[in-house]
Design a protein around this ligand. Structure first.
Ligand code: TTP
Ligand code: MG
Length: 398
């Protein structure tokens, strides 16, 4: 049984500001950009949230709702420093660490019982260290998978721990509103509600086939998640998420023999790479680009993850055959990709050497910092969209 933790600092930016200005403790505090710059709220303390202030709201609106709050300009460089220190503490507890934002990370605690007693004891030790060394409160959710752990850490706030016992995931989720499930947002939630589904318990009780009719395969995934079923791995930064090989032909090719031979050759290379890195793939995909640059990818989940030439090759060839049955037009590019990689064999590098894992951590934090962008103030749920628009801005500190 896996024990996954999600750790998330409480009111992160506000908490850092309070370390510098202790008089802000217990008061409504709002950190964000300046009203004159049409800034938005990046963090509101719980006292300010009680007035309806939330992340992403224009500062002007926050001022109307909570005029007596202390308004503080953000100091992004400081937050980044604390973020790095936080991640370093976590990395000392388990190399299976996946930073998911400046102030949150997943940690796989499975198998660390001998070292720490239990996942709960490990969480307590982490919380004590973060409090002692950084002066910050971190809330922790512990569960069999990432998804439930994240929802549990949210429910554990402020400054708490919530462990969902193995097998208790579905029961824990049942009373919660559907919006609590990551992935059910402004688009899907109203559709579900129209179907009379308001809680995760109701969603969990729907037949998968019905949900599939309305939402396609995402519907089935939603239902599994609502039942607390989630096998996704904690992925330390820098670990390959997929392995692929593709080739562009000198001249467009329609010959089935040449296409098959090329794809089989590429699949062998992918399979060899998987074996070299002790990885097994759970998904195989092929990519076909036609002469007019139309690109098609077809993928399939394997009944059993694997990494043999035969498995990857045969699967890719089947996908190719299916696609070529629809169109025999010449191709300019063909490729194969193995994804949803899992460790194979028992060769886990439990004691990854520190410099390397620290480098990876740095890389991950850089990526997160790029996403948050220097002094940029992020607006609530538009975070993902913003990261797409605002690629790589140089860090500039306020
Ligand atoms: P969160 O962890 O979502 O929020 P929080 O730490 O302020 O509060 P809590 O976890 O106790 O509910 O985000 C972490 C930091 O990321 C937050 O302090 C500020 C920043 N952030 C933004 O700048 N804009 C946003 O829209 C969000 C959600 C967060
Ligand atoms: Mg937080």
């Amino acid at each position: 049984m896996r024990r996954i933790m999600h750790l998330d600092l409480d009111v992160f930016f506000v908490a850092v500001e309070r370390l510098r200005q202790p008089e802000l403790n217990g008061q409504p505090v709002i950190v964000g950009g300046r009203v004159e710059h049409r800034g938005v709220v990046s963090t509101a303390s719980y006292e300010a949230r009680a007035f309806g202030v939330h992340s992403g709201m224009p500062m002007a609106a926050a001022r109307r709702l909570c005029p007596d709050a202390a308004f503080v300009d953000s100091n992004f460089g400081d937050y980044l420093d604390y973020s790095r220190k936080f991640m370093k503490i976590l990395a000392g507890f388990s190399p299976f660490l996946e930073p998911a934002g400046l102030d949150e990370a997943y940690l796989d605690a499975t198998g660390f019982e001998s070292l720490h007693g239990s996942a709960a004891a490990m969480a307590a030790a982490i919380r004590a260290r973060v409090k002692r060394e950084l002066g910050l409160a971190v809330s922790v959710g512990i569960a069999a998978g990432k998804l439930v752990a994240k929802i549990a850490s949210d429910a554990a706030k402020p400054d708490g721990v919530l462990e969902i016992a193995p097998g208790g995931e579905r029961e824990f989720l049942a009373p919660l509103a559907i919006e609590r499930l990551p992935g059910i947002g402004r688009k899907t939630a109203p559709q579900l509600r129209k179907l009379g589904i308001a809680t995760l318990g109701q969603l969990a009780g729907m037949p998968a086939a019905t949900l599939k009719q309305y939402f396609g395969s995402a519907g089935e995934v939603m239902q599994r998640h609502a039942r607390g079923v989630d096998q996704s791995r904690v992925l330390p930064p820098g670990e390959a998420k997929s392995v692929s090989r593709e080739t562009t032909f000198h001249r467009d090719v329609a010959s089935p023999d040449i296409l098959r031979a090329t794809l089989a050759y590429l699949a062998e290379h992918v399979a060899r790479k998987l074996r070299q890195h002790h990885r097994q793939a759970a998904t195989v995909a092929v990519k076909l680009r036609y002469a007019d640059f139309t690109t098609v990818t077809r993928q399939v989940s394997l009944p059993q993850p694997g990494n043999s030439d035969r498995l990857i090759g045969d699967t890719a060839l089947k996908l190719l055959a299916k696609e070529r049955a629809k169109s025999g037009s010449p191709l300019r590019l063909i490729g194969v990709r193995a994804a949803r990689l899992a460790e194979s064999g028992a060769q886990l590098n439990l004691l990854a050497d520190a410099p390397e894992s620290e480098q990876r951590l740095e890389g991950a934090l850089d990526a997160i910092r790029d996403r948050y962008g220097g002094d940029a103030i992020l607006s609530g749920r538009t975070l993902a969209a913003a990261s797409r628009k605002r690629k790589r801005r140089p860090e500039n500190q306020t």
